[in-house]
Design a protein around this ligand. Structure first.
Ligand code: CTP
Ligand code: ZN
Length: 154
């Protein structure tokens, strides 16, 4: 079914398609992936496109596989998105992003007195207390991560 009104986003040859993202989350996803003006391979972002279950965003990145830290961060903002690994135009693997329950070694605690900021070999650990609004609490000092401080670390 093809019509002139249909939105076309090219298929990719190899790389990663992150699909079923919450509408409007595309720019945050680019930030999580470290994609900025100096990025080299082709990237497509579709925002607010219609899907079976309302509006969604899609991010397609050629020649790029996600790191664990990146999928962990996606779990904070994009529950139920799918990560499709494409090889030679075929979807070779499909993973569902699951909501993060805790974030280990990914985010910094901004409490200067926290044990994770004393130069000791202690890995940061945040419990996700709520997904909406996104609320994370440091397991060591119990400080809640402020929304702005969280966003700047994504
Ligand atoms: N895709 C792509 N390039 C390819 C293959 C797939 O950009 N070479 C994209 C598709 O456009 C789609 C996503 O990757 O957005 C997943 O592809 P596929 O599994 O074939 O689609 P669906 O079955 O519709 O996926 P789902 O069931 O996860 O919605
Ligand atoms: Zn702390």
């Amino acid at each position: 079914m093809s019509s002139e009104k249909e939105l076309k986003i090219d298929k990719i040859k190899s790389g990663t398609v992150i699909d079923h993202l919450p509408a409007g989350s595309g720019p945050t996803v680019l930030r999580i992936l470290g994609i900025d003006s100096k990025w080299g391979t082709s990237v497509s972002v579709a925002m607010n496109v219609s899907s079976k279950s309302g509006k969604k965003d899609i991010v397609k990145v050629e020649d790029r596989i996600l790191q664990k830290e990146e999928t962990d961060k996606l779990g904070l903002i994009a529950n139920n998105a799918t990560i499709n690994i494409v090889e030679n135009y075929n979807v070779k693997e499909k993973h569902h992003v699951s909501p993060s329950e805790e974030m280990i070694g990914v985010l910094e605690c901004k409490n200067p007195k926290c044990v994770t900021n004393q130069g000791e070999p202690v890995v940061t650990n945040f419990k996700v207390e709520s997904a909406n609004p996104l609320t994370l609490r440091c397991k060591y000092c119990e400080r809640i991560m402020e929304k702005e401080l969280l966003e700047e670390q994504l």
